[in-house]
Design a protein around this ligand. Structure first.
Ligand code: GLN
Length: 323
């Protein structure tokens, strides 16, 4: 049976990388330690709704830091670009995602919304009448991107809530500097809930494809976020999405992306596709080891680097042809 070239390429990558034993599953959130290091899925969703996938693409896991992208998109809508910029910067830190050093040194605002401090500050700005209303608005937002119902994994939420002392310390420091208001326990709960939203690798690719498609979910046609916000979202993903590996990622892969400690990486190839990889073992920066290798190979094969795209060097159309 004829299959698209991209499907054969994904199959090949999957088989090449499946046996890789580098990296470690995150354990600092006790629930995450239960992940199977062999889980591995790759999913590509095009703007016309074609789906190419291989491996454990239907395995559910908690979205973790990847949620920061979507909550930032919500804050842009709730608060407006300029107001939000006053509260949370857009400067890469070069520090680990959970660092609180710069918060203490330079207390004007957290550096960017993709590290924990900036993400907690962003979450604290989400509007709503009460905590339940804010959570429901957030779940509705995720639902627009995914195209299906989403749920919070209560075990992971409780696990993070009872062990997230660094995140609590950051919230207290930010309160001390007057960067967030005094409802820090509510903001932290909402942050732990957003990190505990259950997704699959397939869902992440659809979410990425929505951002690649000017904010419209290509499978449902629903506008998940105003098209006017997409450029800002992709900019912070590009500069800050891969933690203290962001510069190297921009150089080697060149696709706006976001990773999370549960092993997901989501990447947006504007006007082409959304791509996601799920594989729990992480490197020292907290990025999925197999994920990095898959994206490096895909970027190379199809000319997905932004500076290949802008020079017209994208070769994805060939990838969509049958072989
Ligand atoms: N919930 C995690 C935390 O706050 C998210 C971190 C991540 O995915 N990098 O530590």
């Amino acid at each position: 049976m004829a299959i698209a070239a991209v499907q054969s390429f994904l199959n090949q990558l999957y088989h090449e990388l499946k046996g890789l034993s580098e990296g470690r599953v995150a354990t600092y959130i006790p629930e995450l330690a239960k992940a199977n290091p062999d889980w591995f899925g790759i999913s590509v969703v095009t703007l016309d709704g074609q789906v190419f996938e291989v491996g454990d693409v239907a395995q559910k896991f908690t979205i973790q830091s990847i949620s920061k992208v979507f909550v930032y998109s919500m804050a842009l809508e709730d608060y407006g670009r300029e107001n939000l910029l006053k509260k949370v910067g857009v400067e890469p830190t070069g520090d680990p995602f959970n660092s609180l050093i710069r918060l203490d040194e330079d207390s004007k605002r957290p550096d960017n919304p993709m590290v924990n401090a900036g993400a907690i500050a962003t979450t604290s700005l989400i509007t709503g009448q009460d905590p339940a209303d804010r959570l429901n608005r957030m779940l509705a937002m995720f639902q627009r991107y995914v195209g299906d119902e989403v749920f919070v994994d209560v075990s992971t939420f409780v696990s993070e809530r009872s062990t997230g002392h660094r995140n609590r310390a950051m919230a207290h420091l930010m309160l001390n500097f007057g960067l967030i208001d005094e409802h820090i326990d509510e903001a932290l709960d909402l942050y732990f809930q957003q990190c505990s939203v259950l997704v699959t690798c397939h869902d992440l690719a659809v979410m990425a494809a929505t951002l690649a498609n000017k904010g419209v979910n290509p499978l449902t046609g629903v506008q998940a976020v105003g098209a006017e916000h997409v450029r800002d979202i992709l900019s912070v993903m590009y500069t800050c999405g891969m933690y203290n590996f962001a510069g190297e990622w921009a150089f080697r892969v060149g696709i706006p992306a976001k990773s999370g400690v549960s092993g997901g990486i989501l990447a947006v190839v504007p006007n082409q596709a959304g791509i996601a990889v799920f594989s729990p073992p992480l490197d020292g920066h907290g990025n999925s080891v197999r994920g990095l290798k898959v994206f490096e190979a895909l970027s190379q094969e199809y000319g997905f680097h932004l500076f290949d795209l802008s020079l017209g060097h994208c070769r994805f159309a060939q990838g969509l042809q049958q072989t």
